[in-house]
Design a protein around this ligand. Structure first.
Ligand code: F6R
Length: 241
């Protein structure tokens, strides 16, 4: 595990975008695993800047997002699909057909999950997976549990996650109670992982994920087993290492 500690959020975003840019430059048809949430917004801004300066070409890139809320259509302003288009895809030259985000409103959600995993496998797996982390250690929406769950699946969100994500909604009651999330298999089979975290409120979980016991109670702790992971932190999230 490589750990890079940066001065602040802007430097973290720049560093994370450099790592993704190198991936896309070296392998233009990269399969990228992408995350939503507040942490990667700065990274996506730097990627857009790279594209606008003609330094980056996403025309052959394929993406798979980690997760989506159940019950929200992809045009809902709080859906992760909407987030990805407004914060990244609408501003770069990625082909819309190469974008994959699990559907939260599929009529047969189990089939949707199986097909999502099959689509990732058919592409040869993810080359670089970007990950943030929840305060409770979730990656994607793999919440603390008694076991690590391998396939893409529907998850009941914990109250902690619902509370944390209520900042994006008008009221906590509006936060969906379930989500579809990529499971640990696709994440751990990614050839490279780029993990980012910011802020003092993530310091405890970052310390557990890097130095703690590997346990499904702290889902991110499984990343200690990944052979090629780069962790980029700001000073605050690294303060308990
Ligand atoms: C979202 C996702 C989540 C977030 C996590 C941190 O696609 O995968 O695991 O990365 O909830 O969210 P922020 O960045 O908002 O603190």
């Amino acid at each position: 595990m490589r750990v890079i500690i940066t001065e602040n959020y802007d430097k973290l975003s720049e560093k994370a975008a450099q790592i993704i840019s190198s991936q896309v430059t070296l392998k233009p048809d990269s399969i990228l695993g992408l995350a939503t949430g507040s942490t990667p917004i700065g990274t996506y801004k730097y990627l857009i800047e790279g594209y606008q300066k003609n330094l980056l070409d996403f025309s052959s890139v394929t993406t798979f997002n980690l997760d989506e809320y159940c019950t929200l259509s992809n045009s809902h302003p709080q859906s992760f699909s909407y987030f990805m288009f407004t914060n990244l895809f609408d501003h770069i030259n990625i082909k819309k057909g190469n974008v994959h985000i699990p559907s939260g409103i599929s009529e047969d959600v189990n089939k949707e999950c199986t097909e999502y995993d099959r689509a990732i496998e058919n592409m040869g797996g993810i080359d670089l997976q970007l990950l943030g982390v929840g305060h409770n250690g979730h990656i994607g929406f793999n919440e603390p549990d008694d076991e690590f769950i391998a396939p893409t699946h529907v998850v009941d969100l914990t109250q902690k996650t619902i509370d944390a994500n209520s900042r994006f909604f008008d009221s906590p009651d509006d936060v969906p109670k379930q989500a579809v999330t990529m499971g640990m298999k696709s994440i751990m089979f990614a050839k490279k992982i780029l993990f980012i975290a910011i802020g003092e409120e993530k310091a405890e979980i970052v310390s557990k994920m890097i130095n703690g016991k590997i346990t499904p109670k702290v889902p991110a702790s499984i990343l200690q087993l990944h052979p090629d992971i780069t962790v980029v932190l700001d000073k605050d999230s690294a303060s308990k290492l």
